[in-house]
Design a protein around this ligand. Structure first.
Ligand code: BGC
Length: 766
């Protein structure tokens, strides 16, 4: 069983007493003849690693490479304690309580021969108790400081239960919303994902790794997992070396630069090589090119799965290929603990390879200060701290994107008499938490309905008719009631979307239209002629062209977490102006996928004047002249481009200027633009800078994001926004597969989304 039930968690509370008994009956393992230099924190980390390594038996070394999940069942706990005291476990995931974490650490410290602490891990992906928006929603804030704060809060809360390692950030570039795991990452863009990767690593790991609230980050899934063919989870990928280096790897390199302590190998095989056995990735690039000195953990059982891939003949072969490729720690499938000794004895795995991996793991344990402070050091009271809830509310508000606002429908006036709240996501506390929210609790979650009642219940009549029971509900019986209620209301807020379970790992969809009868609900509400505000709460971009058309205003919130309700209420009534921007392109239809802004121009780019299906006469003769790259039925553009999002202000950009027309490769480009808020309300805009390298040794994307800034302006206010872009940031892997800036002509844009048109040009000389 991968994750524990709350019943099992309750039972676990009883286990620490058992540990005390085990500790009493076992003789203390640490013998007097151990050279204890490694226990001295004043020694340099490398000296401690080497000292400890030199005293370990082969079995103890292999034990460090072994990660287990918390086991359940008769006798399982006793067996686990025995294994820990024999030094056969390096790390555990999903230990459910602080008491149990401390008890297990006590076994490792006091009962194993060398007293090596365990590294306790869990998937703390977007919050622990206080759940923040799913990472896709946090990316939509374009607010790195807030994302860093979210990770810091998650680390603080998680560490109060003994967790010192999270399997995050997930920084897979994803350009296919069918893929359920698009929810877990920062979307389609290389730059946005890279800066968010750094923010999250900084937040999780904190300023001082040895602090009890610092937890090791894990950059995952290394690499290319987001390109799974047809968006089907676990599917193969076919990423060329150049695309890997230009698109999929930069966020991982950024994480490395930020000091990320661990990486996780991905499930996919890229061009035939599963990541867990990919030496090129795990050793040549990660260690050779980037100088990484932490450790790599496999994804869940992905070492053993190399047998299913048809890459290894049996689990023993998988252990050999994993370890020799540079995969240090194996998550749960146990091939290392079963076969590495034999493989060493047979001369198929060298002791140097084993030592290297063990050293990588010990180094992280020393850096985290675990030898000195293995026990929980953060108080329980940090959970749901007021400041944490306030930050989660801000994150949910900043991460919600306004896609439409005809005739100033939003913000709603607080003087309104009667509103209808409807839709299956309006009061869905479990579902608004999104995927990977094991520790979030629905009883502590505030829904849109809760928040509206709480904040506005005494000022206006709030009618609630859900219309449908849950997002997949096809029973239309409740729709008529919602429609009747709408007729008596001054405005309708329909909250629709996806339950949490419909995105995330192993939850891909072939069709991303609104599920169940939600489309019928919106259509029927729209026919009432009442102002219709549709709020989407979902784990991915959905194909919502029809519902956008039928609504007067649209807010899109990627599962917004614990405080999603108050955040959305603040936006609906204008307490906060929407400022979120799309971190991923919204397709018109599933057939357009993959569709992303930083595409190549092709030899026949669309001009915007394409012939569409209905323009073609019957029995038309075949022609190819003048034909361009687009769909007859869907045209060229998406429903909403990357970077798009409206506010309650009215922003315009003018006077774009750069400080020079020609730059050397070591220069920095200074670009300025005047940003004006011509609207009647204060609002925040995310100004975005894009570039295009016009001619390269290989073709270059039509636009690439290279910077952004959140700017708040009062009504009528203008300001000059300045970007500084080092020319070195224009480097890429060209024909010779070397990362460098290629001199030549560039175009630079600044605007409010990736469709922006205000541009200038410059050249780069040698
Ligand atoms: C997922 C990882 C996760 C791991 C541990 C795997 O199935 O792919 O993202 O960290 O399980 O729970």
């Amino acid at each position: 069983m991968k994750f524990i039930s709350s019943k099992a968690a309750f039972a676990m509370v009883m286990l620490p007493a058992l540990v005390a008994t085990i500790l009493m009956t076992q003789s203390c393992g640490k013998s007097g003849d151990v050279d204890s230099l490694y226990r001295d924190p004043s020694q340099p980390v490398e000296a401690r690693v080497n000292n400890l390594l030199s005293q370990m038996t082969l079995e103890e070394k292999i034990g460090q490479l072994n990660q287990l999940s918390m086991p359940y069942g008769e006798g399982a706990f006793e067996n686990l304690c025995d294994a820990v005291s024999r030094g056969e476990v390096g790390s555990l995931l999903n230990v459910p309580t602080a008491a149990l974490s401390d008890s297990l650490q006590r076994v490792a410290m006091d009962s194993s021969r060398l007293g090596i602490p365990l590294l306790l891990a869990r998937d703390v992906i977007h919050g622990y108790k206080t759940v923040f928006p799913i990472p896709l929603g946090q990316a939509a804030t374009f607010d790195t400081a807030l994302v860093k704060l979210g990770a810091r809060i998650a680390a603080t809360e998680a560490s109060s239960d003994g967790i010192r390692w999270t399997f995050a950030p997930m920084i897979d570039i994803a350009r296919d919303p069918r893929w359920g795991r698009i929810a877990e990452g920062c979307g389609e863009d290389v730059y946005l994902t890279s800066v968010m990767a750094k923010a999250m690593v900084d937040g999780f790991q904190g300023d001082d790794l040895t602090s009890p609230s610092s937890i090791a980050a894990c950059a995952k899934h290394f690499a290319g997992y987001g390109a799974s063919e047809a968006g089907r989870d676990y599917n193969s990928t076919y990423i060329t070396e150049r695309q890997l280096r230009n698109v999929y790897l930069p966020p991982f390199e950024e994480a490395c630069k930020a000091g990320c302590l661990t990486y996780m190998s991905s499930f996919n095989d890229n061009d035939g090589v599963p990541s867990s056995g990919n030496k090129h990735l795990l050793t040549d690039i990660l260690r050779g090119d980037w100088g990484f000195d932490g450790f790599v953990v496999s994804d869940w059982a992905s070492v053993n799965e190399m047998v299913s891939h048809g890459f290894c003949s049996d689990p023993k072969d998988a252990a050999m290929k994993g370890l020799t490729a540079g995969l240090d720690m194996e998550m749960v499938s146990g091939t290392y603990i079963r076969y590495l000794k034999e493989l060493v004895e047979e001369g198929k795995v060298s002791i140097d390879d084993i030592d290297r991996s063990v050293a990588n793991i010990l180094r992280v344990k020393f850096k985290l200060g675990l030898f000195e402070n293995p026990y929980t050091g953060t108080p329980q009271s940090v959970k749901y701290d007021k400041a944490h809830l306030a930050a989660a509310r801000q994150s949910a508000a900043e991460g919600t994107v306004m896609l439409k606002n005809d005739n100033g429908t939003l913000p709603l006036s607080a003087d309104i008499k009667r509103i209808l709240v409807t839709g299956p996501m309006a009061d869905a506390p479990h579902d608004q938490l999104g995927t990977w929210a094991f520790d979030g609790e629905k009883d502590s979650t505030v829904t849109v309905l809760d928040a509206l009642r709480d904040i506005y219940g005494d000022k206006m009549q709030i009618i609630y008719e859900p219309g449908l029971g849950y997002s997949r509900d096809k029973n239309t019986a409740g729709i008529a009631k919602a429609v009747n209620a709408a007729r008596n209301a001054d405005a309708v807020i329909a909250v629709v979307g996806e339950e949490a379970i419909l995105s995330g790992e192993a939850h891909s969809l072939a069709d991303i239209n609104l599920l169940g009868a939600q489309g019928e609900l919106i259509e029927a509400l729209s026919r009432t002629g009442k102002p219709l505000v549709t709020v989407f709460i979902a784990g991915r971009p959905l194909t919502i062209a029809k519902q956008v058309e039928e609504s007067d205003a649209v807010l899109y919130s990627f599962h917004p977490g614990t405080m999603g309700g108050p955040a959305i209420a603040d936006l609906l009534f204008g307490v906060v102006s929407p400022s979120g921007k799309l971190p991923v392109t919204f397709p018109k239809s599933v057939g357009q996928i993959p569709v992303y802004y930083s595409e190549k121009n092709t030899g026949r780019p669309a001009s915007g004047h394409e012939t569409l299906l209905n323009d073609i006469p019957a029995e038309a003769g075949q022609t190819s002249l003048g034909c361009t790259s687009y769909y007859l039925d869907a045209g060229f553009g998406p429903l909403f481009p990357f970077g798009y999002g409206l506010s309650y202000g009215d922003f315009s950009y003018s006077d774009l200027a750069i400080d020079k027309s020609s730059y050397g490769v070591d220069d920095t480009i200074k670009a300025t633009v005047t940003l004006s808020n011509n609207g009647k309300r204060e609002a925040t805009e995310v100004a975005q800078l894009y570039v295009r390298d016009m001619v390269g040794s290989v073709t270059r994307p039509v636009k690439e994001l290279k910077g952004f800034k959140r700017v708040t302006l009062a009504p009528g206010e203008s300001t000059q926004v300045t970007f500084e872009l080092p020319v070195s940031e224009l480097a890429f892997y060209g024909l010779e597969m070397e990362r460098k800036v290629e001199p030549g002509d560039f175009t630079l844009w600044i605007g409010g989304d990736s469709d922006c048109t205000l541009s200038t040009s410059f050249e780069v000389t040698q």
